[in-house]
Design a protein around this ligand. Sequence first.
Ligand code: OAD
Length: 308
Amino acid sequence: RQRLSHLSSLEDALGLLKNSKKIIVLSGAGISTSCGIPDFRSSTGLYAQLQEEGKYDLDDPQQMFDIHYFRERPEVFYSFAKQIYPSNFVPSPCHRWIKLLEDKGKLLRNYTQNIDTLESLAGVEKVLQCHGSFKTASCLRCKTRVPGQNIETFIMSQQIPYCPKCREEADRRQQMKKELKTGKGKGKALWDDDEEEEENEWGGGEPGIMKPNITFFGQALDSEFDECLFKDREEVDLLVIIGTSLKVAPVSEVLTHIPHSVPQIYINLTPVHHVKPDICLLGDADSIVTYLSSKLGWTIPAPAAIPL
Ligand code: OAD
């Protein structure tokens, strides 16, 4: 990153923010901690809490979000999921600062790793939820996708939601097999070779388990991520990274996918050592973006009224 080695100061950051018109904001859990949502890897973060509590049967706290473990032990995730289900949180100054960049016509896109949907609540439209959200859920078996609300009561009551479509199919097959055995009903007539083949594919067994469409370790990100990045890399003129440890790929790789001539500003409580952004502003992200805005004469929008 030789070309940009002269950039390092707060003054440089202010100049870049003032002059850039196509900013990518890459955000993580650190922009929501002031809302009362823990991050993952801090000493008070979710992984430390899971480790300390020792309440769940996990070898490693990250297993809570591992697709292979989920397939084996879905009850573990569902006994915990209500803790991370988005509830009545209010967007932080950071979320509202991203909205401010959008209002100023400077935001190319906000790539967020967060699933709390607080960017949308702050009114940000150009946001990509790289790690998905609870907005929809899908069956692991037949891939049927449903609105997230359909499984909300299961999450809240810590139960495993099964796929209604698979259940219907399982019931239908059960009924046909019964009719085939007894020779009564339409089952015998309907049970042809195709049905036999489908039965083998179906493999008997239980209906599929529904999983919220948040990205687990071992799952690919939605193709929208690659599509957006492919487009945005041609246009971006500044990368602002806020509140993320940059430990999880492929989002952490955004840094290497955009041209090296694009300056990077990293705003975070703790430093990163495995990458070298041009400018590092270390401290509380809300305070830093508020300070930057005041220096630029910008006003961060107030939180929207929360409906009663
Ligand atoms: P991490 O917990 O790894 O990193 C959050 C970063 O935010 C840490 O470096 C903190 O120091 C910093 N931070 C915390 N509070 C802050 C504050 N008030 N101001 C500034 N910085 C603050 O969270 P992410 O990087 O978002 O994925 O984690 C990435 C992914 O790992 C998550 O999306 C999740 C997780 O496993 C999945 O579950 C797939």
